[in-house]
Design a protein around this ligand. Structure first.
Ligand SMILES: Nc1ncnc2c1ncn2[C@@H]1O[C@H](COP(=O)(O)OP(=O)(O)OP(=O)(O)O)[C@@H](O)[C@H]1O
Length: 235
C-alpha cells in the first residue's frame, strides 16, 4: 500500500460548472507539494475537493491506499486536514483552550505537542490566557496553523497561510511547515509567496484553468529559479 495522498484524474464541479479538469498529483509523507497558479485557477477548489466540500467529484483521491470519499468529517478522521484562507479560531475560547481542543494523538510517536506549538509560535505562548477573538489577524493565523498541527494529521493542506502577514509571522509559518515535514506530515501548500514556496517546497505543481500544466522538482527549480516565476507571470 503506497504511503501517499494521490489524486488520479480528479475533476470537481460546483453545480454545473466544472472547475477541476482531471488533476493528477501526489504528496508523499514528509514532503511539501506546492500548488501554484494565478488567481481563480482552482487552487482552493483542489483543497476543498480533498475535504469533500464541492458539489461533485470525479476521479479518485487516495490516502495511503484508502479511497478518500464521503463527508468531510470522515476525510479528516482518515488523516487529512485543511487550514482554509479565512482564519477561524474559537473567538470566545482562550488561546490555550483553542490549542488544547485541537489535540489529537498521532498514529505513531509523540507527534506535535503543546510545547512544540509554543516553541515555534512564542507569541501564542505569551497569550495563552487571551481570548482567541482578540488576537491580531497574524496571531489568529498562527493559532489556526498551530491547531492544525496539534491535530497531528497525516496530511495537511495550507491555503495561502502567509497572506497579509508581517515577515516575522511568515518565518513562524515557515518553521511550522518545516517542523510538520520533519514529523513526516505530507503537506500541500498553496502560496503566493514564491520565496516561501521555494524555501520549503519539494515538488511544485502549476495549475491553470483547473489543470496541472507543469510539475517541477526542487532540483529543477533550484537549477533554474526563473522558470517558476516565469510560469506564474501574467503576460
Ligand atoms: N462556490 C463556488 N461556486 C461556483 N464557482 C466557484 C465557487 N468557488 C469557486 N468557484 C470558481 O472556481 C474557480 C477556481 O476558484 P479557486 O478559488 O479554486 O481559485 P484559486 O486558484 O484558489 O484562486 P485565488 O488565488 O484567487 O484564491 C473560479 O473561477 C471561481 O470563480
Amino acid at each position: 500500500m503506497k504511503q501517499a495522498l494521490t489524486y488520479q484524474d480528479v475533476s470537481a464541479f460546483y453545480g454545473n460548472s466544472q472547475i477541476l479538469h482531471g488533476i493528477n498529483l501526489e504528496v508523499l509523507p514528509g514532503k511539501v507539494a506546492c500548488l501554484l497558479g494565478l488567481n481563480g485557477m482552482g487552487k482552493t477548489t483542489t483543497l476543498r475537493t480533498t475535504m469533500g466540500l464541492v458539489d461533485r467529484i470525479d476521479g479518485a483521491i487516495t490516502l495511503n491506499g484508502v479511497p478518500l470519499t464521503g463527508p468531510t468529517h470522515r476525510r479528516s478522521r482518515l488523516g487529512v486536514t485543511l487550514v482554509p484562507e479565512d482564519r477561524k479560531v474559537f473567538a470566545n475560547l482562550t488561546v490555550d483552550e483553542n490549542l488544547r481542543v485541537a489535540i489529537r494523538k498521532p498514529v505513531t510517536g509523540t507527534g506535535f505537542t503543546m510545547e512544540d506549538a509554543i516553541r515555534i509560535f512564542p507569541r501564542l505562548g505569551e497569550r495563552l490566557a487571551q481570548k482567541g477573538g482578540t488576537l491580531s489577524g497574524g496571531e489568529q493565523q498562527m493559532l489556526v496553523v498551530a491547531r492544525a498541527m496539534l491535530s497531528n494529521p497525516l496530511y495537511m493542506m495550507l491555503d495561502e497561510p502567509t497572506e497579509g502577514l508581517a515577515p516575522s509571522y511568515v518565518d513562524a509559518i515557515r518553521d511550522s511547515i518545516i517542523a510538520a515535514r520533519e514529523l513526516g506530515i505530507g503537506i500541500i501548500l498553496v502560496e503566493q509567496s514564491l520565496p516561501l514556496a521555494q524555501a520549503v517546497g519539494d515538488d511544485f505543481y502549476i495549475i491553470e484553468n483547473g489543470q496541472i500544466i507543469a510539475s517541477l522538482t526542487r532540483a529543477e527549480v533550484e537549477a533554474d529559479p526563473e522558470r517558476l516565476s516565469n510560469m506564474l507571470t501574467v503576460e
